[in-house]
Design a protein. Structure first.
Length: 278
């Protein structure tokens, strides 16, 4: 069985970050080890949430794993909340990387043209350095703009613009760069990627849903890296992740009295498992 370690925070209630990564990856038949960077009572869309920073635990946990000779087939990073965490995760990658394993980085830090609270352009530049150590990176359009220190264009772009962004993202050092939330036509939304090794582009689009929920980016990335561990090529892994994310949103929209703080990804797991075996 393949083993992934995912490094990100855990919101105890909120259907995001480790709260979705662990069950989704496990359901896909892949062992999911976790290295929490912080513990929150809920995600940050709630009021009055509690927060405990776990930065000081990263090095001791990594050292213990080293002593136990524990290795990983993939290293998957999500939300990292400080410069120190970027540094420690970079060192973790150096310590656990092998010629065979995969480094998958989701540079969670911005959306809709703005950085998340607490982040700065300097943080984005440091995140760009971490992305340069990855095999696969999956920023959204806003994150790509900050990683490349370019103006954000949320609409009115064409395929040539996205191709240029992808090549510049790969220029940071990643072998494969993927942009999420891409649309070239009304009513569609999807992903476009670039494989720098083969100098090839690829894309996958689905219909755009008139709804938005917290945590869907974490679900997308978790399914993508899980599918890669199941032997899917990146293009098919991204398609599976996109379809499952849509399933999660539709299940939630069709569920009377659904919670506001995330999607009912649990209801959509049977669909994911069926697609996984097709």
């Amino acid at each position: 069985m393949k083993r992934i370690v995912t490094i990100q925070d855990i919101s105890c209630v909120g259907k995001c970050s480790l709260t979705v990564a662990l069950p989704v990856i496990s359901a896909m038949g892949v062992e999911c080890a976790v290295l929490p960077t912080a513990v929150l009572s809920t995600h940050t869309m709630f009021r009055g949430f509690t927060f405990r920073d776990l930065t000081c635990d990263i090095e001791p946990v990594a050292a213990h794993w080293k002593r136990e000779k524990i290795g990983f087939d993939a290293i998957y990073t999500g939300y990292l909340g400080s410069f120190e965490q970027l540094k420690l995760v970079s060192e973790f990658i150096d310590g656990f990387r092998t010629p065979e394993n995969l480094v998958f980085i989701d540079p969670v830090m911005a959306d809709n043209g703005k950085l998340y609270p607490g982040f700065t352009p300097q943080f984005a530049r440091e995140m760009a350095g971490l992305c340069g150590r990855a095999d696969v990176i999956v920023p959204n359009l806003t994150e790509a703009a900050f990683l490349l220190d370019r103006p954000y264009r949320g609409e009115g772009y064409d395929e040539a613009y996205i191709r240029e962004l992808l090549k510049r993202l790969a220029g940071l050092g990643a072998k494969q760069a993927v942009l999420t939330g891409v649309s070239f036509a009304p009513g569609e939304l999807g992903v476009m990627g670039y494989d720098a090794r083969r100098d090839e582009f690829f894309s996958y689009f689905h219909r755009r849903l008139d709804a938005s929920f917290h945590g869907t980016g974490d679900i997308f990335s978790s399914v993508a890296v899980g599918a890669l561990m199941r032997g899917f090529p990146l293009e098919k892994a991204l398609a599976l992740a996109a379809d499952y994310t849509v399933d999660c949103i539709e299940c939630t929209m069709n569920s009377p009295g659904h919670v506001w703080y995330g999607v009912e990804f649990e209801r959509a797991v049977p669909n994911l498992l069926k697609r996984l075996e097709q």
